[in-house]
Design a protein around this ligand. Structure first.
Ligand code: G3P
Length: 225
């Protein structure tokens, strides 16, 4: 399973890239909005594009997911083409609505990779794949928040795709803790996109810390004072 970082924060991306473990970045309007404020609509658009270019440069071999803000198909299509032109490794995120499906099919026809986002059901995932999305992003944390079972949804989407040899990759998104990552890996998710905080939590284990301390103490015992 590939790991993506779910953030628009450049420092977090730089650190994660330096660890050599991430092969992509996902952003969304909420994450991008955290990184900027007090701008006109046009300034916000230009800053967003600048940010996406910077992220693409930090991860030239990885997929950088940038989301459209328009809500009708032609607007999403136009915005998607604009985002895709920012760098070769941009993947356009389109929300799973009826208008979004039209935009996905238009972008797919142009050969632009699309990640269908805000996916909360197997049917939505099937529709995204049928429209030509290269990726679908079920939001498992938000399903859990609403009393559902997010990991089960990821598993069902994977099963449905396997049944029909659908090549669309499943990105487990809205990940809240390391157990989510393990669970979706065991189900066979292609990608998990994790917040920086979760990536840091994944590194740590108390027995690793204890083991290191023991090695240090034992080694120091043989050193004459
Ligand atoms: O990748 C989708 C993610 O950004 C949504 O996460 O925590 O807002 O549900 P969250």
């Amino acid at each position: 399973m590939e790991l993506y970082l779910d953030t628009a924060n450049l420092e977090e991306i730089k650190h994660a890239v330096s660890l050599g473990v991430v092969s992509g970045v996902t952003t969304n309007p909420s994450l991008v909005a955290k990184e900027q404020e007090g701008l006109t609509r046009e300034e916000a658009r230009l800053r967003f594009h600048q940010l996406i270019r910077q992220i693409c440069r930090l991860l030239p071999e990885g997929n950088v997911n940038a989301e459209v803000l328009a809500e009708e198909a032609q607007g999403m299509f136009k915005e998607g083409k604009e985002l895709a032109s920012l760098a070769e490794n941009v993947v356009v995120k389109i929300p799973l609505t009826a208008q979004g499906l039209s935009a996905i099919s238009l972008l797919a026809e142009e050969g632009i990779p699309v990640n269908a986002t805000l996916v909360f059901s197997v049917n939505q995932a099937l529709l995204a794949a049928a429209a030509g999305a290269s990726y679908v992003s079920p939001f498992l944390g938000r399903i859990d928040d609403a009393g559902g079972d997010g990991v089960a949804l990821v598993s069902q989407i994977l099963k449905a795709f396997r049944n029909y040899e659908i090549s669309t990759s499943v990105i487990a998104a809205s990940i809240r803790h390391p157990r989510h990552v393990t669970a979706v890996a065991l189900e066979g998710a292609h990608i998990a996109t994790v917040p920086y905080r979760v990536l840091m939590q994944m590194i740590k284990h108390p027995l690793t810390e204890q083991g290191l301390e023991r090695f240090r103490l034992d080694w120091n015992k043989i050193i004459r004072k």
